[in-house]
Design a protein around this ligand. Structure first.
Ligand code: NI
Length: 198
């Protein structure tokens, strides 16, 4: 009999090739998809994230989980914030961005795959998201605020991009040393960031 059995939960870190490849579409939503979604939500919670893309969990599929808090909404909520925040945590299957606003905004971002690095990223303020969900319906709405940013960040993961690939040159220079250190130390741990949970 096992006492104090702890399970381990891991996400991949910068330098892992799975984070820089184009992820494959989800062809069928089956029991395996449902199980993966549940595990990804679990991992997102354990590491206190507001989003996690399947490649970060080691699975090169076009699937994302997000959990953007209601408190993040500032001013008038966007259509997406109004519709989607009550459904969090939300599983997005084969999500795509149909259009981007021309107005951009800059805000600090971090990533569970890039521990302890936070840096400003300029992105379009709003995007129109289209995605299937785990329940089989299709969402199409304009997402702004932290939700819009989170969606752009997570969808980047599906195309092999990290937020650190989108930094202004002067910011990129500032964090280059830290990123190299993360890659170097990550390689020694097979690019796994692991937490033990009860
Ligand atoms: Ni990320």
């Amino acid at each position: 009999m096992l006492f104090n059995a702890k399970r381990q939960i891991s996400v991949r870190t910068i330098g892992d090739p799975v984070l820089s490849r184009i992820a494959d579409p989800v062809l069928t939503v089956d029991a395996e998809t449902v199980r993966l979604a549940a595990e990804m939500i679990d991992a997102m919670n354990v590491f206190n994230g507001i989003g996690l893309a399947a490649p970060q969990y080691g699975v090169p599929k076009r699937m994302v989980v997000i959990d953007v808090p209601a408190e993040s909404v500032e001013g008038t909520p966007s259509e997406g914030e109004e519709k989607l925040i009550p459904r969090m945590p939300l599983v997005l299957i084969n999500p795509e961005i149909l259009s981007y606003s021309t107005r951009t905004a800059s805000r600090d971002e971090g990533c569970l795959s890039v521990p302890d690095v936070f840096a400003p990223v300029e992105r379009p303020e709003k995007v129109v998201l289209r995605s299937a969900t785990l329940d089989g319906d299709v969402i199409e709405c304009e997402c702004g605020g932290l939700l819009g940013r989170c969606i752009q960040h997570e969808l980047d993961h599906l195309d092999g991009k990290l937020f650190t690939d989108r930094l202004a040159p002067e910011v990129a220079r500032e964090v280059a040393g830290e990123l190299n250190m993360l890659r170097k130390n990550g390689a020694k741990k097979s690019f796994l960031r692991t937490k033990k949970v009860k």
